[in-house]
Design a binder for this molecule. Structure first.
Ligand code: NAP
Ligand code: MG
Length: 402
């Protein structure tokens, strides 16, 4: 078979620990034999981030703005223990945070559904994708403890020194207070990323806030989404046969439980934090969750939702066998390759991505899987494979599909 040609490079962001090991095997077994793989390589492994004073992370994000599509391996976000372990010059920031800030993007997390791994919620038949707004609200709030009687106000001072005040509460005794904010610009980017991604994946979009109670704050989210939808997206949604649906957050939660799935649920920052953990654990496994960062300009960065699987890496270093699930990392590659295929009009590349995903699912459905899935599958007597043998089994299935 002739290898599939690419015209534009993918931005390849290598990472750390066990996922770095999987990364290499995935390329050798599942990509390089079939594709004339073009990538612009950035080593985001912690050692190289430290050597470059984290410049490599910034460069990889700028490259994503240049080429449009990136694929990222999981990376260590340093903490005190990592400072010693890697002898770091500084406690470098989370690469995901840095990249997200440069691309101004929204993260969409979706479970990979497969026969044999059943969601806890019986009626969920298709994936539910969570989009979390990643700026402001309680995550950038100021808080005070109020020691005793007194008045608390919101005060806005404009650039000429004029003040606008709003009474929060006249305290008669001790209490607590919190000030939150958000930015129209950030909400607009969030809305556009959500609408674009809904069109891209041909799925309905749901959005919910508590606008009946929060008549200015949450209502602004609702209004901005509606204005952008009406002005820029309504016709395209209609043409694509998908809908935008707004409701109250409590109503949304109730409906999600009764729904079949197959839609995107856009959430404010706190709702997204809480609901993405609920939805992902109800779908079965963190190792089966994909993640894509979508910028409002339409740049994409694909990755697995899980981390570097540190515990397995230490076993690997000791020479012990590991059974680490590579499916979400493989799907990061297929997501990026499919998108590159669409952008560059290379249908063979997109078709290859589809077949590779199918090969992963068929392999699992035939009973061959890693340990994490074997523990939760409804299939009888699954075969537990080690990290490398699972990828080889996927290759065998893939070769029959090509
Ligand atoms: P983790 O890597 O997601 O792993 C937590 C546990 O979940 C593992 O110990 C393992 O459980 C299970 N698990 C996760 N992915 C798996 C897979 N592919 N196959 C099988 N089991 C899997 O989280 P962590 O150990 O808390 O974090 C490790 C490092 O990852 C940290 O340095 C953190 O900063 C980084 N991190 C990076 C990203 C990112 O780059 N997007 C995201 C999150 C965390 P068992 O041990 O029970 O088998
Ligand atoms: Mg959380």
């Amino acid at each position: 078979m002739e290898k599939i040609k690419m015209t534009t490079p993918l931005v390849e962001m290598d990472g750390d620990e066990m996922t770095r090991i999987l990364w290499k095997i995935i390329k050798e077994e599942l990509l390089l034999p079939f594709i004339d793989l073009k990538t612009e390589y950035y080593d985001l492994g912690l050692e190289h981030r430290n050597e470059t004073d984290d410049q490599v992370t910034f460069d990889s994000a700028y490259a994503t703005r240049k080429y449009g599509v990136a694929v990222k391996c999981a990376t260590i976000t340093p903490n005190a223990a990592r400072m010693d372990e890697y002898n770091l010059k500084e406690m470098w920031k989370s690469p995901n945070g840095t990249i997200r800030a440069i691309l101004d993007g929204t993260v969409f997390r979706a479970p990979i559904t497969v026969k044999g791994i059943e969601p806890c919620v019986r009626n969920w038949k298709k994936p539910i994708t969570i989009a979390r707004h990643a700026y402001g609200d309680v995550y950038k709030a100021s808080e005070m403890k109020i020691p005793g009687p007194g008045k608390c106000e919101l005060v806005y001072t404009d650039k000429d020194g004029n003040e606008t005040r709003e009474l929060i509460h006249e305290f008669a005794g001790p209490g607590i207070i919190q000030g939150q904010h958000n930015l129209n610009k950030s909400i607009e980017s969030f809305a556009r990323s959500c609408f674009n991604y809904a069109l891209d994946t041909k799925q309905d979009l749901w959005f919910a806030t508590k606008d009946t109670i929060s008549k200015k704050y949450d209502h602004t989210f609702k209004d901005i989404f509606q204005e952008i939808y009406d002005a820029e997206y309504a016709e395209r949604f209609q043409a694509a046969g998908i809908t935008y649906f707004y409701t109250l957050i409590d109503d949304a939660v109730a409906r999600v439980m009764k729904a079949e799935g197959g839609f995107i649920w856009a959430c404010k920052n706190y709702d997204g934090d809480v609901m993405s953990d609920m939805v992902s654990s109800a779908f079965g496994s963190l190792a089966m969750m994909t993640s894509v960062l979508v910028s409002p300009e339409g740049y994409y960065e694909y990755e697995a939702a899980h981390g570097t699987v540190q515990r397995h890496y230490y076993k690997h270093l000791k020479g012990e066998e590991t059974s680490t699930n590579s499916v979400a990392t493989i799907f990061a590659w297929t997501g990026a390759l499919r998108k590159r295929g669409e952008m560059d009009a290379i249908p063979e590349l997109s078709a290859f991505a589809d077949k590779l995903e199918q090969a992963c699912l068929s392999t699992i459905e035939s009973g061959k899987m890693t340990k994490d899935l074997a523990l939760i599958t409804t299939l009888d007597e699954p075969t537990v494979l080690n990290s490398q043998d699972f990828i080889r089994a996927v290759r065998t299935t893939l070769e029959t599909l090509l």
